[in-house]
Write a protein that binds this ligand. Structure first.
Ligand code: DON
Length: 607
């Protein structure tokens, strides 16, 4: 089935191909050799899916679209303060080649006009102009996701005819904006404008900005997160020059155009858009490019000022540990305590991108629940991202709840850098930081221990075989015989006792002391804990039901000692005393029934 997005782009391309307005740029002679009918549209998602139509592979020079990326590089290399001392962020409202300098400092008003871009090219890291050029081309290549090169003919053509830019470069030198050799910086500027790209490249550059500075396919970080919003802000206010006002009004996405016929538009957290059509309007913007963005913005609702999502939508299911307790097998005493108090552990399933408004709503819901809560587990599985201020608000709430002896922990963040980054960097200095668990089971067990207090303290409790659940109901004389044949095994912390897929060796393990975790392997090589067992519990008993290979991995969580029964010994004893097999099978089926009930309870809680 053709994707509706692809069909939409194909249709839009066909409709706008009839638009013949605009002229090729010719003040750089080489640019006038372009084929005016060239036209392509590309869109890249945050996970790197590409939709493209038209002359997608047609190469052209990037021209002014290089400017936000070189500005980004200068910010990363020299920092906000230093760069702000050389180039402003105010829209000039003038044309791209206007000599818009701050009357007092001589600083160009913004880095999107030629003056600002020439200054910016001189600011990137590098001891020599060649080193600076290598820095520029490497950075732009990271944004595209492949090694880039330049169109020597266009470069030559511009360098030979760029008299206005040469004058601007000397003025910037005159005002001390450019420290080094101005012509060398200007040549680097001409080179950056002559970088060869295609429409899909542009969409990836835009998508990398939309994806918080990380390339959606290569996963490479092209720009520190904190600079992304600064680059997008300058693109929004200055990227389309003296058309910026109408652009934000009609289209409402940070964008940048180039006289090579390219336009990029960025929808933060969602899409990167690239368009190529060399017919330009008098302001130097691609005519078809502008129309494509108008249609996309209107038809897909991409205007950044359109009503943001409903804050409440960020909060999905709220349920308790009474519905979804941890998968460990607590002692009967702990179980009865948890039955009375587990409702005080609340799961809150969060969704989408968490901004201040959605986090405000989530915190208000937690405050409503606080009177009857001891722990909140924020399940982040469906969370796409979080803003810095929202993370700060959540950390603040976490500490305030801690002040009321209510624990707030996170689960299932799964290494999503953007979320972990802000939750870590917005934790107050003297704070030990937020707690995050690989999955809800580990999170709820921690919370259960939190409300169980000393009750749950792992003790060096040692139990005998008589206390083991699987042997409950066994007559003492039979138990004595079992005691005789059971061997004692000790395991160090993190030692693997059984491994998934291992051939069954007929042994059944009865935990005398310590705790083990039962894990099943996941696709990505990780493991999912399915339960944890303590003194009096057993594992490996499925061998008694004819299992031939071990179905899970068992790892010692701490010092563990087990009494081990060989299946052959059980068979031999059971030949004389069938009661042994009856008691074992009865307890196994009772235990399996309990596990089934709890699994159904979990599924019901998550449904
Ligand atoms: O410096 C110039 O004039 C060109 N290399 C770049 C200008 C440009 O792309 C303006 N954008 N619309």
């Amino acid at each position: 089935m053709q994707s509706p997005i692809q069909a939409y782009l194909d249709n839009l391309h066909t409709r706008l191909s009839s638009l013949q307005d605009g002229e090729l740029a010719n003040y750089i002679p080489e640019l006038s050799k372009a084929d005016p009918s060239w036209f392509s549209i590309s869109l890249v998602t945050m996970d790197g899916a590409v939709y493209s139509t038209g002359d997608s592979a047609q190469k052209f020079t990037i021209q002014s679209i290089s400017k936000p990326f070189v500005y980004a590089t200068a910010l990363a290399d020299r920092g906000v303060k230093f760069v702000a001392g050389k180039v402003g962020v105010e829209p000039s409202g003038d044309a791209f080649n206007s000599i818009s300098l701050n009357p007092k400092t001589g600083a160009p008003l913004n880095p999107m006009i030629n003056a600002g871009a020439i200054a910016t090219a001189s600011l990137v890291a590098g001891e020599t102009p060649e080193a600076q050029w290598q820095r520029i081309i490497k950075s732009m290549s990271t944004f595209v996701g492949r090694d880039l090169g330049i169109d020597e003919d266009v470069y030559r053509s511009e360098s030979d005819t760029g008299f206005r830019n040469r004058a601007i470069a000397w003025m910037l030198k005159n005002f001390g904006i450019i420290d080094g050799e101005p012509m060398a910086s200007l040549e680097n500027y001409f080179r950056q404008c002559s970088v060869l790209v295609d429409c899909v490249d542009l969409a990836f550059m835009a998508a990398t900005l939309a994806n918080g500075g990380v390339h959606p396919r290569t996963g490479q970080r092209a720009l520190p997160l904190e600079h992304v919003e600064r680059v997008l802000s300058v693109m929004a206010t200055c990227g389309m020059y003296d058309f910026a006002g109408s652009w934000v009004y009609d289209v409402g996405m940070p964008a940048k155009s180039g006289v090579g016929g390219g336009i990029i538009a960025v929808l933060p957290g969602r899409f990167g858009i690239g368009i190529f059509s060399p017919r330009l309007d008098p302001k130097g913007n691609s005519v078809r490019g502008i129309e494509v963005c108008r249609h996309l913005s209107r038809d897909f609702g991409l205007h950044v000022f359109s009503q943001a999502g409903e804050p409440g939508m960020a909060l999905g299911r709220v349920y308790t540990a009474a519905q979804a307790p941890s998968k460990r097998q607590p002692s009967p005493e702990m179980r009865s305590y948890l039955n009375d108090h587990a409702h005080r552990i609340k799961y809150l399933c969060l969704h989408g991108y968490l901004a201040v408004d959605s986090v405000e709503y989530i915190i208000r819901r937690m405050i409503d629940l606080a009177a009857d809560s001891s722990c909140f587990i924020l399940d982040m599985h469906q969370v796409a991202g979080i803003s810095e201020s929202a993370a700060r608000l959540l950390n603040d709430a976490r500490l305030r709840f801690a002040g009321d002896n209510i624990a707030l922990v996170f689960s299932r963040i799964h290494g999503r850098h953007a979320i972990e980054h802000f939750l870590s960097t917005t934790s107050p200095k003297n704070d030990r930081g937020y707690l995050s668990f690989e999955d809800n089971d580990l999170a709820v067990e921690w919370c259960e221990n939190h409300i169980l207090g000393d009750f749950a303290k792992p003790t060096s409790e040692r139990v005998s075989l008589a206390d083991c659940v699987l042997l409950r109901g066994l007559p003492p004389e039979l138990l004595a015989q079992v005691e005789k044949v059971a061997s004692l095994r000790r395991y160090r912390q993190d030692e693997s006792i059984l491994t998934t897929g291992q051939a069954c060796d007929g042994r059944v393990f009865f935990i005398e002391m310590g705790h083990v975790s039962v894990l099943v392997p996941l696709k990505d090589g990780a493991h999912q804990r399915i339960t944890s067992l303590g003194p009096g519990m057993s594992f490996g008993e499925m061998v008694l039901l004819g299992q031939t290979t071990r179905s899970a991995t068992v790892v010692a969580d701490c010092e563990v000692s087990c009494r081990v029964l060989e299946a052959d010994d059980i068979d031999r004893l059971a030949r004389d005393a069938a009661m042994l097999r009856i008691v074992l099978l009865e307890n196994i089926s009772r235990d399996m029934a309990e596990k089934l009930r709890r699994a159904t309870q979990w599924i019901a809680a998550l449904a």
